[in-house]
Design a protein around this ligand. Structure first.
Ligand code: FES
Length: 127
């Protein structure tokens, strides 16, 4: 059994679980686009990033590829995490502007539906 902290709550998970898997099992939502339980983690969308502190340093990690470890602290909704998600959403929207799931996530991160790289800079609540 692995014991760690997520969003200020001490929780447990099984050896080998990813942070994404553990978070979901504890009712914590982390946005994803490329994750599917039947497939090996691919790490393409990078929307599932979280901040992980291991006692020495804090890093932004891809939660669908990063395993839980004893004593780590995970935060799923920090400014640092939201900046990464916001920037990644802007890139993905540029590639796939009409995708509903992407539009839904963009709205949740304050990106206007009509936004595009060539029309206007996007105001961000994160920088
Ligand atoms: S869900 Fe896409 S990188 Fe983790």
């Amino acid at each position: 059994m692995v014991t760690f902290n997520i969003n200020g709550k001490k929780v447990q998970g099984q050896e080998g679980w990813t942070i994404l898997e553990a978070a979901r099992r504890h009712g914590i939502d982390i946005p994803t686009l490329c994750h599917h339980e039947a497939l090996e983690p691919y790490g393409a969308c990078r929307l599932c990033v979280v901040e992980v502190e291991d006692g020495r340093r804090s890093q932004v990690e891809i939660s669908c590829k990063c395993s839980i470890k004893n004593g780590i602290t995970v935060r799923t909704d920090t400014d640092r995490v939201n900046v990464v998600r916001h920037r990644r959403l802007l890139q993905l929207l540029d590639e796939r502007p009409g995708w509903d799931k992407l539009q839904e996530l963009a709205k949740a991160y304050g990106i206007p539906p009509s936004w595009s790289w060539w029309r206007s800079p996007c105001p961000s609540p994160y920088w």
